[in-house]
Write a protein that binds this ligand. Structure first.
Ligand code: HEC
Length: 221
């Protein structure tokens, strides 16, 4: 009885286990599982897992039939107009710094002037400038009334009227003496808009009767 069992085990080991193990080892080597060697030949793939699959490339159609996710066959949408890629914001451009070079202010306001821009400038001036410079730019805002020793500049001074647009913008951006900078509160466009509004106040301040339209002259006392 004992011998019979022994015989069977030997038979099983010799004729079944060993050949199966040998075949499996061979298959494993064939399928490229050998880690001891490197080869330039592509591995034999039993299952290709996810080695190759169709994918979407930015802005391009996909696959043989050239289908995309969107109707125009693009795989993603275009960036919103005016989008600036990270690292491409030109913070040292004259329209952002207000300077042409280290010693020269930009002469002219670079933002095209229209009614909306002037309105924007008016609105931002009311919020950020009137507390000190007052609505007319005289420098007698509420802060000066409460604290007469704090003297905001009179924006109607000939000295400041002679500023270039860039110098006004630069002052708003970086502050001056006791005036704090406003580059965190106001975007470059908003600062240029405020500069336009300061110019409008100055122009109104230098106005004469000759500037008043004929039909309105009668209403001036
Ligand atoms: C908290 C008070 C305060 C606010 C708010 C303020 N300023 Fe001033 N501003 C001053 C003071 C004070 C000075 C004088 C600084 C100096 O010459 O030392 C000044 C000076 C100026 C000058 C003249 C700079 C020069 O070189 O002489 C301009 C132009 C000006 N301000 C514009 C503005 C504008 C535009 C705003 C709104 C965005 C504004 N300021 C908001 C306090 C203020």
């Amino acid at each position: 009885m004992k011998n019979l069992l022994q015989d069977r085990l030997l038979w099983f080991g010799g004729y079944v286990l060993s050949p199966t193990a040998a075949i499996l080892t061979g298959l494993l080597m064939l399928s490229g599982c050998s880690i001891s060697e490197t080869t330039r030949r592509p591995p034999i793939e039993v299952w290709d897992d996810m080695d190759r699959q169709e994918k979407f490339k930015a802005q391009s159609p996909v696959g043989k039939d050239l289908y995309g996710v969107f109707e125009d066959k693009r795989s993603n949408r275009r960036p919103v107009e005016g989008t600036i890629a990270r690292g491409h914001l030109a913070l040292n451009e004259p329209s952002v710094t207000g300077l042409v070079n280290a010693n020269t202010y930009l002469g002219q306001n670079p933002v095209p002037l229209d009614e909306a821009v002037l309105k924007l400038g008016h609105d931002k001036y009311q919020v950020y400038c009137t507390p000190c410079h007052d609505g007319m730019g005289s420098g007698k805002g509420i802060v000066n009334i409460r604290e007469p020793n704090y003297k905001p500049a009179n924006l109607m001074d000939d000295r400041i009227k002679a500023f270039s647009d860039g110098q006004i913008y630069y002052t708003i951006t970086n502050g001056k003496g006791n005036m704090q900078p406003y580059h965190l509160q106001l975007s470059p466009r908003e600062r240029w808009a405020v500069a336009y509004y300061v110019r409008a106040l100055q122009r109104a301040h230098s106005g004469t009767l000759a500037d008043v339209p004929e039909d309105k002259k009668g209403s001036i006392q």
